[in-house]
Design a binder for this molecule. Sequence first.
Ligand SMILES: C[S@@+](CC[C@H](N)C(=O)[O-])C[C@H]1O[C@@H](n2cnc3c(N)ncnc32)[C@H](O)[C@@H]1O
Length: 448
Amino acid sequence: MGGIGAMTSSLEPAAPETSETSAAIFDSFVRDAVITAAAITEDQSVVTPTHPLLNGVPYAVFRRSIGIDTRRELGAFFSGDVIAKGLVQALAPYIDDNALVLDPTCGIGDLLLARAAVLPLATTLTGTLSAWGDRLAGFDIRPDLIDLCKARLCMLARARGGFVDDIDPLKMFPHIVARSMLAEDSADLLSRADGILFNPPFGKTTSDREHDWGSGQINAAAIFLDHLTTSVPAGTPIAAVLPEVLRCGSRYARFRSALVARGYAGDFQRQGRFDSWTDVDVFTTVLARSADVKPLWPAEAVTAGSVLDDFYEVRVGTVVPHRDIEAGPEAAYICAKTTPKWSEGFTPLTRRRHPGRAFTPPFVAIRRTSSPSDKSRAVASIIVGDTPVAVENHLLVATPRDHSLAACQALLKVLRSSQTNDRLNDLMRCRHLTTGAVKALPWSLPDE
Ligand SMILES: C[S@@+](CC[C@H](N)C(=O)[O-])C[C@H]1O[C@@H](n2cnc3c(N)ncnc32)[C@H](O)[C@@H]1O
């Protein structure tokens, strides 16, 4: 057996020609992984933590050999090292070494491997895997992923303990099984787990169950989390990575209320984009049922003092350039593209006719479209001049209630501050700033 250590170059196959050949490539990779984990051949050097089965290679092979449509359907986007270690560390204060830790959608086992990395070793491979087998549980609907998960756990034990004895990894880990977490048979393990590591599928789907918090197209993460939080006992903590839409989306307000009604509380950390292959903004959290009345996923502490709305009238620009005909009085005109960033005094250069409201300078024009990954969420400029200005609807207009230039300058400072960025990023993961979010910004001038 050359094993997977000896065939690293073939782990990065060229794009396969058909879905059958690609599925066969992954099948044979999993078979080789199991053989590699089962026995160390004489020509093979000692297994180290950098062995291909323990780094990004299994996921790379999976991505290359299983088409994106299948991966999307499964929601098979596996955790990287940082998220996996972070979730394990976040769960640790709630459990001890003997705890049974369950990943209900375990894939190729990245979260379980991160947990196994901090479990004690026994003196033999069999002893270690038996002890880990009592403490690790997982479900996945794909048997090949379950096999690969077991082979990888076995390789991790070899790498950590320097073990060279033979073993059949597939006969170990009785609680890691190929089954849906939603299946009736899964209820027993769900009810016995002491802690949960969770990275569920994130795609949009239609639930075949009734939910009083939502219907139609629903993010799969909400469906899986809903099932989990109604299946595990009250004291079981859940360390999870979840899409931001569950935390911030207005569509999921009733879902969040349902979690609160079940007694769940939990802080959160924004993690940004899941990884370079998966353009979904995510956050991590430990959900626990808490006797204290703590908020679920609280936004940044709301300041008791004033908000921006107290001092500025905030409106959306009224001109929709491709829809509105050029009629009505002519006025100076600004749009998002031609208004410079962070100008302290921009005089509009163009004019157009428009029948709707025009805004009297000085005021602050704020770009509505921004992304959580941008340096600034609320890019703005002060607009000056002697006559009213028609404003495109891709800009927000904040007019100081005292109509002063000084108030515009103060607002520019606030919008540029890291506090404003953090606050808007907490509130808004979607790309459009709303008047509500801007009006609710705490009014305090940033430190110079
Ligand atoms: C986002 S991946 C996460 C894998 C792993 N937890 C990790 O973080 O690397 C989700 C996994 O859920 C699996 N899955 C999809 N539907 C499932 C179900 N009903 N029950 C259990 N697993 C499921 C997919 O096959 C996929 O491997």
